[in-house]
Design a protein around this ligand. Structure first.
Ligand code: NAD
Ligand code: DAU
Length: 337
């Protein structure tokens, strides 16, 4: 049995990861440490909450005493650190919590991992640490780190901290840098669920700037599969990019979803651009494909339809979310449209 500390496992990607791993393997025990911020939701984990290979602990990764206690109590051998403040727009409204959770929190976990001699520490990072691309080219692992937003700079700081623990202490650290995820349980602040839910509610669709910014989309289960592979076989001290080569302009995504839901384009509203908005992300995932044999299983055309269908069929999940504090956040960022 492998004992893994998964942090941020009640969020979008972390909950999909825990559901994925526990449905597939019975040789892994997962301790899910999550602070349950606005983005953490235990409903995402309903189907595995009674699994004997799983336990949930509500707490903050910044809390070193708690982290030490969990390492000792559960004999933690592996760490997968998903826990983070993850939304760029929120980091523009206020960045302090991003530094607390993403930088200091990662440092607390690394220190504990070092003291307790972890067998592997996987830092879940993002392609946003590479900054922005022009119309051509792809991010490789060799690209310079030039983050542009408070969010991405906090993730980059955590990456550099993690790599320094490998170089200085020989700690078995690996880093994954994935592109934009979509799928079930994504918090409605992010582009795809925000557009689906606004369309279902006949609300305006706020497209930033000219709508021509490009993101490279990957279905969340393909990201989960890659994290599993890197945890098993990734070479320590290495960075692995993860992406499914599915570049889309934002406006194309919005029109696609409108079309799927049978609504016309009059809902689209071009709004003020995000400050410092990165123009284009696109991932070269040759390394993980070549070294670890990873390939994406999900085709965008089908998986985006399945995602839209999931939000249509799981209205209870998002109605509860958008009726709480989310309203205040939305009004603050977008006005009362
Ligand atoms: P999310 O915002 O949906 O979930 C984050 C989770 O972390 C929540 O459950 C939250 O409660 C928890 N958390 C936050 N601060 C914490 C703290 N201090 N202590 C304990 N728990 C805390 O985020 P997500 O989209 O699932 O992203 C997960 C990870 O993947 C993040 O590290 C993010 O940077 C990275 N990532 C995300 C994407 C994407 O497209 N969403 C792409 C690449 C990488
Ligand atoms: O690339 C990986 C990153 O992808 C992750 O590290 C982040 O955690 C994740 O949030 C995501 O960041 P983005 O900023 O790319 O995702 P977001 O969904 O916020 O926005 C996607 C694009 O859509 C971006 O160009 C901004 C635009 N957008 C977004 C929102 C919320 C709009 O035009 N309107 C909107 O209302």
């Amino acid at each position: 049995m492998k004992n893994i500390l998964v942090t941020g496992g009640a969020g979008f990607i972390g909950s999909n990861y825990i559901n994925y791993i526990l449905n597939k393997r019975d040789d892994i025990f997962i301790v899910n440490l999550d602070k349950l911020t606005y983005a953490g939701n235990l409903e995402n984990l309903k189907s595995i909450e009674n699994n004997r290979n799983y336990t949930f602990v509500k707490g903050d990764i910044v809390n070193g005493e708690l982290v030490d206690y969990l390492f000792r109590k559960y004999n933690i051998e592996y760490v997968v650190n998903f826990a983070a403040e993850s939304h760029v727009d929120r980091s523009i409204l206020g960045s302090e919590v991003f530094y607390q959770s993403n930088v200091i929190g990662t440092n607390v976990l690394l220190e504990a991992g070092k003291r307790f001699g972890v067998k592997k520490f996987l830092q879940v990072s993002t392609d946003e640490v590479y900054g922005s691309l022009g119309p051509e080219g792809l991010f490789t692992e060799e690209n310079q780190i030039v983050p542009n937003s408070p969010y991405s700079s906090s993730k980059a700081a955590a990456d550099l901290m993690a790599l320094s623990f490998y170089h200085t202490h020989g700690m078995p650290v690996v880093i994954t840098r994935c592109s934009n995820n979509y799928g079930p349980y994504q918090f409605p602040e992010k582009l795809i669920p925000l557009m689906i839910i606004n369309i279902l509610n006949d609300k305006k669709l706020p497209v930033y700037g000219d709508g021509l910014n490009v993101r490279d989309w990957i279905y969340v289960l393909d990201h989960n599969k890659a994290v599993d592979l890197v945890l098993e076989n990734g070479k320590i001290g290495n960075v692995y990019n993860i992406g499914a080569s599915q570049e889309m302009k934002n406006i194309e995504i919005v029109k696609l979803i409108l079309n799927m839901l049978g609504k016309d384009e009059s809902l689209i509203e071009y709004v003020k651009d995000r400050p410092g908005h990165d123009r284009r992300y696109a991932i070269d995932s040759f390394k993980i494909q070549n070294e670890l044999g990873w390939t994406p299983d999900y085709k965008f055309e089908q998986a985006i339809q399945d995602t839209v269908k999931w939000y249509v069929e799981n209205k209870n999940w998002w109605v509860r979310i958008i009726s709480g504090d989310y309203q205040k956040y939305y009004a603050n960022l977008y006005g009362n449209k």
